[in-house]
Design a binder for this molecule. Structure first.
Ligand code: NAI
Length: 284
């Protein structure tokens, strides 16, 4: 990675994505500082990582030293612990203001050379980067869920992201066995402009009683040779995150394609958030 060596990674948010990113980084021998707002969330995240590693070993998918991998991860609610990290990967909720507040705070703590990778579903990277004084060091890395199984990531260049930051990011992703492809900035990037249309329309099909969730996913997977149907994907992502993302797409494009399905909103009201709450379109 040229002159700048990445040894330690700060991860903001220990939810669905932060947990996966922390696991992947620790598996790849990086030192990890995992930050969230409560110790309870952090402990739950660590337990998930432990279970995933043990499951991997049991199924002979890979052979991890579970204790050694877990010990690479420092859990904390104190952002001051980020003072020495080389890269920050942010995975907090899909809300611009919430993300910006945290960037302002941690950038005062992190060292000057630190690179900030925004993991967002739909927010344009320049929307975040241009509000910060270090926009050349801000880049979008759209990690996909589940992160430990991820093979490719779209890397999003904001309009002020420096070439050095792009090169470092691509080398960093290569070091964790993730292929990357650099695209230009736009709300929803490539992945979510496509995938959220599928998920939203699948939810409309359920609402209209055209087919059951099982049938929709069956037709999609067998018909289009995808590994996962749109409704299972929505459950995996988290229905709340899907709704936030579709709303962001609508706020930028003002296009009826991105009007969020009332079915998804109702599920959020009922706390049916998908895998993370035990029930979504399917039961877990
Ligand atoms: P989540 O809701 O599962 O987790 C977010 C975590 O951030 C929570 O644990 C919350 O306590 C924590 N948090 C909130 N404020 C914080 C703060 N100030 N400091 C530290 N931690 C804080 O959300 P999820 O699904 O992990 O999404 C995170 C980001 O990644 C979002 O922007 C989302 O759009 C994006 N994303 C999500 C994907 C998915 O499949 N869920 C896929 C790719 C990107």
């Amino acid at each position: 990675m040229g002159e700048y060596k990445v040894k330690s990674v700060g991860i903001l948010g220990a939810g669905v994505m932060g947990t996966g990113v922390a696991q992947k980084m620790a598996q790849c021998h990086y030192d990890v500082v995992l930050v969230d707002i409560s110790n309870e969330i952090l402990q739950k995240s660590l337990l998930t990582i432990k279970k995933n590693l043990m499951l991997n070993n049991m199924m002979k998918l890979s052979k991890f030293n579970v204790e050694e991998t877990i010990n690479k991860i420092l859990l904390t609610t104190d952002c001051e612990e980020l003072r020495d990290v080389d890269v920050v990967i942010e995975n907090i909720p899909e809300k611009v203001d919430v993300k910006l507040n945290l960037y302002e705070k941690v950038s005062k703590i992190c060292k000057q050379e630190c690179i900030f990778m925004v993991n967002t579903s739909c927010i344009p990277i320049s929307r975040i980067a241009n509000a910060l004084s270090f926009s050349d060091k801000v880049i979008g890395v759209h990690f996909l869920n589940p992160v430990p199984a991820q093979k490719i990531s779209e890397v999003i260049k904001g309009n002020s992201t420096s070439e050095d930051t792009v090169v470092l990011t691509q080398e960093f992703l290569k070091s964790i066995d993730i292929e990357s492809t650099v695209i230009n900035d736009s709300p929803g990037f490539v992945t979510n402009r496509l995938s959220h249309l599928f998920m939203n329309e699948a939810a409309n099909l359920v609402m209209e009683g055209i087919a059951e969730p099982e049938q929709i996913d069956l037709i999609f997977t067998k018909g289009f040779h995808h590994e996962m149907g749109p409704l299972h994907t929505a459950d995996l992502i988290g229905i709340d995150t899907v709704v936030d993302s579709i709303d962001i797409l609508y706020s930028y494009y003002h296009d009826s394609r991105y009007v969020c399905s009332p079915c998804l909103r109702k599920m959020v009201e009922k706390g049916e958030l998908g895998i993370k709450s035990g029930k979504g379109f399917f039961i877990y």
